[in-house]
Design a protein around this ligand. Sequence first.
Ligand code: TXD
Length: 312
Amino acid sequence: MAKVAVIGAGNVGATLAHVLATGGVPSEVSLVDVVEGMPQGKALDIRQTGPLEDSDCVLTGTNDLEAGVAGAAVVVMTAGLARKPGMDRMDLLKKNMEIVSGAMRAVKAKAPDAVVIMVTNPLDVMTFVALRVTGFPRERVIGMAGVLDSTRFRTFIAMELKVSVVDVAAMVLGGHGDTMVPLPRYSTVNGVPLPELLPADVIDRLADRTRKGGGEIVALLKTGSAFYAPATSAAQMTEAILKDRGHLLPACVALEGEFGERDLCFGVPVILGKGGVRRIVELRLTEPEKAMLKKSAAEVRKGIDEVKPLLG
Ligand code: TXD
């Protein structure tokens, strides 16, 4: 059985550790954070759910990055800073880039065969940074955003139609931000495409709510951002890899010509299994869909172009 390392024991990281322990897929979960005592305390607390949840998963917490990631089959990167007063966007980008680079150097040294799942924002840019710093093949550096954006779209579709969420599949591609591209034609209720079930204006409303899904929760919470659905999304990707299940889901990967893009980390459909991305699935798109995806790619490229000179 396998070890999963979760870097960052904040809201997403700790919730992910709990979801993974409950699911019982990894035998070991290591929580890593810079705050002294915090990952140790949370790991012990989660471990004490084991007897109640029928889980023998071994959870440990540490402040030692290298020891925490050593030998992990999957590393999930959730560490990062939120913007503080007086910090501009570029300051934050630089700070998170430093955090991601430091963590990825440790992964390269101590978990050279790991699959890395990036969660830290700005997601597409940080996935690019992780890919560069580890030097891993693109199959093993994957960003989590599409699963979350799709599960939000699925939820809104189920709420609107009053159908079970288990029947709803949805596909959201592109960058993790306002330009993401929900694809109603590739979203179905038990095989029936969405445009057969709802009028265009209602679909547009649900797609728009999905695009603003993160912001809606930030506005309600007032401090911090969503973490239950993000953590569960990262858990699904982790399980797809550890169990070699072969889930087809949208994820952020480096493109090398697919969808007409290259040198860009971007959300596209992939099949995930052991070793990470088994295959990138290219979809036939209409002209308006292609235009939306192009616009989203241009937005992500701007962010990546900002960090490229900093990466040397
Ligand atoms: O869809 C997505 N990809 C996202 C991304 C969905 C939700 C959250 N998203 C991003 O994930 C969010 O914008 C942040 O960049 C990360 C983590 O979000 P979370 O809500 O968990 O943030 P917290 O609670 O602030 O936790 C961050 C932790 C905190 O405990 C810090 O002490 C720790 O990161 N931290 C570090 N840990 C280890 N090593 C270093 N260097 C470090 N620096 C900070």
